[in-house]
Design a binder for this molecule. Sequence first.
Ligand SMILES: [Zn+2]
Length: 462
Amino acid sequence: MTEKVDTLINNSLIVTMDKSKAVIPRGYVAIRDGKIVDVGSGDGTLRYKAEEVVRVKHGVVTPGFICVHTHLYGILLTGSPWFAHIEPPSDFQQNLQRIWWALDESLTYEDIYISALLGSIMLARTGTTFFKDLLDAPNAVENSLDYIAKAAEEVGIKGFSGFSVTQRRSIEEGYQGLKENERFVKKSWSDPNSKVKGIFTVHASFTVTDDILIKTKELAEKYGTIYALHVEEGLIDVYHSIERYGKRPIERMNDIGFLSPKLIAVHVVQAIDDELKLLKQHDVKIAHNPMSNMINGVGVPPVPKMWEMGLTVGLGNDGYVMDVFDNMRSAYLIHKVAQKDPRVTDVVKIVEMATSDAARVLGIDDRVGSIEVGKDADITIISPEFVHTPLDERTVYGHLVNTFTGNDVWGVLVNGSWVVKERKLVNVDTEKVMEYAHKVIDKLWDRMISMEPKYKIEYLKP
Ligand SMILES: [Zn+2]
């Protein structure tokens, strides 16, 4: 007797990322109604009659990768002539002032939509099925998160979206951002069909008052969502907090009751041991963005120590390189360099950071992050055209971290539906998107170039 299913991925090397980290050398995944209904060893066609049987050459099947922190609008900066227009920033605060804030203050709704469309394509194409995005767009606040959701849903991937609340220019703008977050949370969670759900996000402790932090946590509790902010990315965060409050940022957040298991602390580069202990006490989750830390030159967060302490760390890209394989490789290497010790990272832990641990960071591990019965059928199928050493259950983690790239992704399923198939986006015409997007981006760059770069630091308003 064969049971009916919608899709059967057969004859593949399956990296389940379940609790035991089981790898099935030659097995199948059966999918029905958007869920994984069976995972097993051997030939799945002997048990299941499927609408579609998928078998790819050298096929490696993983859970859809999860990006715990991005800014989809960040990709608008790639190759921008703006970099030649400014004096190069010498530290993190100048980086914000001269690059990121110049960009985010120039964003229109069209730019937001286009960047989210491009970003979602780039994530999907390279195997990521779920993201958490923070939008900074102080001149396009109201309804802005609808544009992120629309774009991601057109591509077919899932995510969390929040407006990055800041008061760097005025106290009032913080409350406008908070209002946008609450609006989108209410709208998205009440719509069972929406793939992108709202969360409460704040830029960083040095650009908001205590009141914004307290209200953010209250609202996150009221609606049952996670909440997130950048924590101690650069030294400015630490200096500002000590100057204003006489304590370091994580101590300040602890004192106002802001820390909780639902908080995602992004970066945590500069934290001292006492602060890490506070994060552990409250089971705060960490978003690690190694490639962003490198390009911004902010330092290396103590991730191996965080693991030793039992903190949960997920992998993000911070709006820089969207390919998860590049980000995994960077996370694998950066700590070895920083600690001058090649033992501090291993390939299995790195893949966990982009799958099962990432799901825990975002509080969605009951639904995604591993290939297990009952979970959403969010699945990435990798099919490299060339592999230089044997590809099997012994070597697959090594290849995932050291060999594969986003170009090796053959297919991506989200809720059991194809988003990428035969290396092509299924739901959008990427040629058309490119043609339209490049025109919009050229206009954005022209607008930026017509502005005077700001060299006076004005970030300490609150
Ligand atoms: Zn960020």
